[in-house]
Design a protein around this ligand. Structure first.
Ligand SMILES: Nc1ncnc2c1ncn2[C@@H]1O[C@H](COP(=O)(O)OP(=O)(O)OP(=O)(O)O)[C@@H](O)[C@H]1O
Ligand SMILES: [Mg+2]
Length: 335
């Protein structure tokens, strides 16, 4: 399948040094200026194919949301290139960016915070349609809104109600409708079900999958719930400290994980009939993205790390199965 989106060697770093006074530190009797930079996304290369669901998984703080926001243009990358449908988009800003803003939409985690409490459902859905399609008349705009509300299962009689009059699940349906009214091709969903009751989560997931089928959508899906990821993904990218350690077909990843971090992460999923003791316990804590470890970012917690892992950043290798993995041990055949 053709690539809809290509991310090439992208870095996203945040300078959190603060004011000049905050940056001045006393070291060995001398005052030095020290910048503090959070290296949230590091040298990420990733393709998203037309019509697929690519999920990004990894521990809290590993850079999933930052990657998603950089891809969609909410953040400017510090390094690297992003292409959409073959066009370079990371350098496109202002009105030239507008067509991509309709084609790429985002659904956020918290449906309580992401909908304006002072606007009715009608106003929430009308605003983006009018802004991006000024030529449409009132009837046409209303038709788009009603059809979309219908599709996501929000009662069209409630069009003049405010977000606080809806339950969490209903609000997330409205958030999804807001993303869909512009008829996008690509939707980034950042933990779209994490704030919902378990019973509602499945409904929203099914709705997203139905919308994908009906509209041929491509999803970048972020979740920390690995059983959900296994269920809905075409491919999965595993992230650790801002770096991708493995990208694989979902089935392949869950049946045959390669990278030691992926293996540890997946061993935490409870399985029916699974053997006790299969859980891989990682030692140590996740290092901070302010001081990235040298070599492989995972070496401090990896049971297979050797001297090369501590020194040298691993390059991606593509295995026969199609899995892409960045690990010296696998490349050398010792894992
Ligand atoms: N705007 C920002 N300014 C400074 N640091 C940031 C900013 N946004 C994110 N970070 C930092 O970047 C790192 C990655 O954060 P990010 O939110 O992308 O992680 P995440 O994988 O989405 O985590 P979670 O699973 O908790 O949502 C974290 O250390 C975070 O503190
Ligand atoms: Mg996040």
């Amino acid at each position: 399948m053709a690539n809809l989106l290509e991310v090439k060697n992208v870095d996203k770093h945040f300078d959190i040094s603060g004011s000049l006074v905050d940056q001045l530190k006393l070291e060995g009797g001398k005052i030095r200026r020290k910048r503090t930079v959070v290296k949230a996304v590091n040298n990420v290369t990733l393709n998203i194919r037309q019509g697929e669901t690519l999920s990004v998984v990894g521990e809290s703080g590993c850079g999933k949301s930052t990657l998603a926001r950089t891809v969609i243009g909410l953040y400017q990358p510090n390094k690297g290139e992003i292409y959409y449908g073959g066009d370079r988009i990371d350098t496109v800003t202002g009105t030239a960016r507008r067509p991509y803003r309709t084609r790429m939409q985002m659904v956020f985690q918290d449906p309580y915070a992401s909908l304006n409490p002072r606007m009715t459902v009608k106003q929430i859905l009308e605003e983006p349609v009018r802004f991006h399609n000024p030529a449409l008349d009132r009837r046409e705009v209303r038709d788009i809104i009603l059809t979309t509300m219908d599709q996501v299962g929000v009662n069209t009689d409630w069009i003049d109600r405010f977000p606080h009059e809806f339950s969490g699940g209903q609000r997330q349906r409205i958030s999804l409708a807001r993303a869909l009214v512009l008829d996008p091709e690509f939707v980034v969903a950042d933990e779209p079900i994490a704030a919902l009751d378990v019973s509602i989560q499945a409904q929203i997931l099914n709705l997203m999958m139905d919308a994908q089928e009906q509209r041929g959508l491509t999803y970048l899906f972020i979740s920390h719930d690995l059983s959900v990821v296994e269920h809905i993904s075409t491919r999965v990218a595993v992230m650790y400290l801002g770096c991708l350690c493995e990208v694989a077909d979902a089935k392949e990843l869950f049946c045959n994980p390669q990278h030691p971090y992926t293996r540890a992460l997946l061993s935490a999923i409870p399985r029916l009939g699974g053997k006790a003791g299969g859980h891989i316990r990682l030692s140590g804590d996740v290092p901070t993205p302010i001081n990235l470890p040298s070599g492989c970012v995972f070496h401090g917690r990896c049971p297979h790390a050797d001297d090369r892992c501590r020194r040298e950043i691993p390059e991606d290798v593509t295995l026969e199965s199609g899995t892409r993995v960045a690990c010296h041990g696998i490349e050398e055949g010792r894992i």
